[in-house]
Design a protein around this ligand. Structure first.
Ligand code: SF4
Length: 504
């Protein structure tokens, strides 16, 4: 448990220290550390032997980017002195920046450079080009006091390129910055409460499956071969990070084919499309490349086969999901969506002896087997798929998250809100009795989820990039020492080949 004075806050100027004290409402030992590098070095000497457990530097700073406004907060990811190649990495910056944004502040995690003189326009541009977002005059020397303890730097911007320090608008800028420092206090207190050593338990397997890797590779190859833009119908896979990355490389994601210009190349997403969409593409003369996962295509083929044999097909899945729309489109008159056990009771087949059922590939195994069981209770002769529709990747990730949930205080699942398999991982961990949360990245982690936890379970949905898992571990490491171990329940070696158009 964090004690009030475990948090040391160094604020260079009296006004900054006052704003931090007011914002923290009695939490933390807020000290005025003095203006500039020399006073900061003296403050560090005075702090030798002080019994704090985590440290924050809080003050105003100068912004470097055109889109910044006075009052914006930059939380330092790396802090360095101007002209020095050495820098201090502050891993938990994304966590605090996310917490500040959820508190309604404009906050960004980024590099901060400590300078020894006021920065002029040309130098601002150079620093910005080198990746820095803010400058100050004390943070780099002050951080020496942390001596390996968790630390953060937050600088509320009083001046920006648009509103330089010596301008008539500098006073309101200073007031806005001090107000932001005060408002940042509660989030900083939550950061202190979240600090501490931890164990991170990784679920194995986690992250990309073979179908997602193939779909991403298809878009990349089409981009390489034909150059941008390349149109993709729907998100290629349900992940914000993946989609943003491919957009940056020239992919354009559209909801429907009428947004694709005549003669363009269009990629169909991993979730699959109905025959109607294929026909539209062909009628428009579009060059379509199909990134549908082969395991989704297998379910499409089963739907066609059952429909051709005269079966009424109950399709167990979630309404509105693209995979469900595509599969139902294979035999719209022969298929009925079943989302719950109650839906089974509502089925009115023409011939109760000719019922079949299929499943969305990314369902919760527990939930889907409950619905299939209800269906078999009502229609004992109902036929199921030849082999499991819930794919190997979904099954393995659910088994793995269940294994870590049993040992964890909280489980974090990297994945986007529209990712079915990621949401099912959260539900699986919750069903095991452990609080679990879905996050796109470290900035989505709410600090009170971590307070009091010593074991954090971590996994990623089949559409979430492995790099996000590394970024989350880095962020947790900024709160204290982290020991990482893994629980592997299965190893995966499945790879899917590319469509023939891309093989040559
Ligand atoms: S989750 Fe399963 S069905 Fe979906 S893309 Fe991955 S392997 Fe294919």
């Amino acid at each position: 448990m964090t004690e009030p004075n475990d948090l040391l806050v160094c604020s260079p100027l009296r006004l900054e220290a006052r704003a931090m004290r007011r914002g923290l409402s009695g939490r933390g030992d807020v000290r005025r550390s003095g203006y500039g590098a020399a006073r900061s070095a003296e403050a560090v000497q005075e702090l030798r032997g002080a019994a704090f457990k985590m440290m924050a530097v809080g003050g105003v700073g100068g912004g470097l980017a055109e889109d910044q406004q006075p009052g914006d907060i930059v939380v330092g990811t790396q802090v360095s002195r101007l002209g020095s190649a050495d820098s201090v990495t502050l891993g938990s910056a994304p966590l605090l920046a996310g917490e500040l944004r959820r508190a309604g502040l404009r906050a960004t995690a980024g590099k901060i450079v400590t300078v020894d003189h006021l920065v002029r326009r040309g130098q601002r541009e150079q620093l910005l080009a080198a990746g820095a977002l803010a400058v100050d005059m004390e943070s780099a020397p002050l951080l020496e006091a942390a001596a390996g303890r968790p630390a953060v730097v937050l600088r509320a911007l009083s001046d920006t390129p648009d509103r330089p320090l010596f301008s008539p608008r500098a006073v309101p800028g200073g007031i806005a910055a001090l107000r932001s420092l005060r408002l940042a206090g509660p989030a900083l207190a939550r950061w202190a409460d979240a600090c501490g050593p931890r164990q991170v338990l990784l679920a194995g397997p986690r992250s990309f499956c073979a179908g997602v890797e193939r779909a991403i590779e298809i878009v990349e190859r089409v981009l390489d071969r034909h150059g941008p833009p390349v149109y993709v119908r729907k998100q290629i896979v349900h992940n914000k990070v993946v989609v943003t990355d491919l957009e940056g490389r020239g992919a354009i994601f559209v909801d429907e084919l009428d947004e694709v210009p005549d003669g363009a190349i269009v990629v169909f997403s991993a979730h699959g499309v109905s025959p109607e969409v294929r026909e539209q593409a062909s009628a428009r003369g579009l060059e379509a490349i199909d990134a549908t996962c082969p395991l989704v295509s297998k379910v499409h083929a089963e739907a066609r086969r059952f429909a051709a044999e005269g079966y009424q097909v109950a399709f167990i899945g979630h309404a509105g999901h693209e995979e469900v729309e595509g599969t139902l489109g294979e035999a719209p008159r022969a298929m009925t969506l079943v989302e719950t056990v109650d839906d089974v009771a509502k089925l009115e087949p023409q011939d109760p002896g000719k019922i079949a059922y299929l499943m969305q590939t990314t369902l919760s195994a527990d939930e889907a087997s409950g619905i299939a069981g209800a269906l078999l209770d009502r229609f004992p002769a109902a036929r199921g798929p030849g082999s499991d529709d819930i794919c190997y990747a979904t099954t393995n990730r659910q088994l793995a998250v269940r294994a870590i949930a049993a040992e964890s205080d909280v489980v974090l699942v990297a994945g986007s809100a529209n990712s079915s398999n990621s949401k099912r991982l959260v539900e699986t961990a919750q069903r095991a009795g452990t609080p679990a949360y879905l996050i796109d990245g470290a900035e989505d982690i709410q600090l009170d989820w971590l307070a009091g936890t010593s074991v954090v379970g971590l996994t990623a949905g089949a559409s979430a990039p492995p790099a996000v898992v590394g970024q989350i571990i880095d962020a947790l490491s900024g709160l204290g020492s982290v020991e990482v171990s893994e629980r592997v329940v299965a190893t995966e070696s499945i790879r899917f080949g590319l469509p023939k158009e891309l093989k040559q």
